[in-house]
Design a protein around this ligand. Structure first.
Ligand code: C5P
Length: 249
């Protein structure tokens, strides 16, 4: 399975859709992934599934041939975050993330902890959660426009050697213009053309996300709750590939 060695390629032949397994048990997660295909998608294990089922479920997903993004958004003192990142690397995950708000020292410690061999996990920063707005940022003392804070944190992530950031498609457009293509943009909030938005406030189509410069698209419910998850994945892939094709022309 391609891992850190693939990051300098913009090769859409490798799986670009990351399925968010926001599910309440290992059984549900394994039932679902047995209906998907590890050559067509990667998986994201977040807080809900990890708190329910722990590293064991991650190992079982990797054993089934999937690349796993461990989305636990570490944010603590540098030593503790470094330990957590080392544990994630030992677990064999493909991608892991930390909060860029943890600061330079914490990000550098995380970067050292994931190591430097070609099999190391990609290390991704979370800038500002898209659930924040200007008012809620002001309440925690960040009085600038959210986009200014996102830019600054993305720059810090890049300077400290992280491989990329999680961002909305709206943010991706500006970040892609600013950073080289090897700085990865991981974009959630994706919905097929005309699909329901669920509780996401702003959604974009796979085509719009790719056009904005996204490298990986995070998709949860449109696939996990579909009657035929592989069919739903194929439909999203199709939209993504057509956009890629248009951009390449
Ligand atoms: O089901 P849905 O496609 O909305 O799931 C999106 C996934 O992306 C969830 O796991 C959610 O936690 C994650 N995410 C997000 N918005 C962010 C960061 C992560 O929706 N800003």
């Amino acid at each position: 399975m391609p891992r850190a060695d693939c990051i300098h390629q913009r090769d859409f032949a490798e799986p670009r859709i990351i399925v968010a397994l926001d599910l309440a048990s290992a059984g549900q997660a394994l039932d679902l992934v047995d209906r998907l295909d590890p050559t067509r998608c990667r998986l994201k294990v977040g807080n809900e599934l990890f708190v329910h089922s722990g590293p064991e479920v991650v190992k079982r997903l990797i054993d089934r041939g999937y690349s796993v993004f461990l989305d636990l958004k570490f944010h603590d003192i540098p030593n503790t975050v470094a330990g957590a990142c080392r544990a994630a690397a030992d677990l064999g995950v493909w991608m892991v993330n930390v909060h860029a708000l943890g600061g330079k020292e914490m990000l550098e410690a995380a970067r050292r902890a994931v190591g430097s061999d070609s099999q190391r996990p990609l290390l991704i920063g979370v800038t500002i959660l898209t659930s924040h707005d200007t008012q809620s940022l002001g309440e925690i003392g960040l009085r600038e426009d959210p986009s200014v804070v996102v830019d600054r944190l993305a720059e810090l992530a890049q300077h400290t050697g992280l491989d990329g950031v999680v961002c909305s498609a709206q943010e991706a457009f500006g970040l892609r213009a600013r950073f080289a293509t090897d700085f990865l943009l991981v974009v959630p909030g994706i919905r097929a053309l005309g699909a329901q938005a669920d509780d996401q406030r702003r959604v974009v189509t796979p085509a719009a996300a790719v056009a904005a410069g996204a490298d990986y698209l995070v998709v949860g419910r449109p696939i996990t709750q579909a009657a035929d998850p592989l069919w739903a994945l194929s439909a999203l892939e199709q939209e993504m590939y057509s956009a890629r094709h248009r951009l390449d022309q």
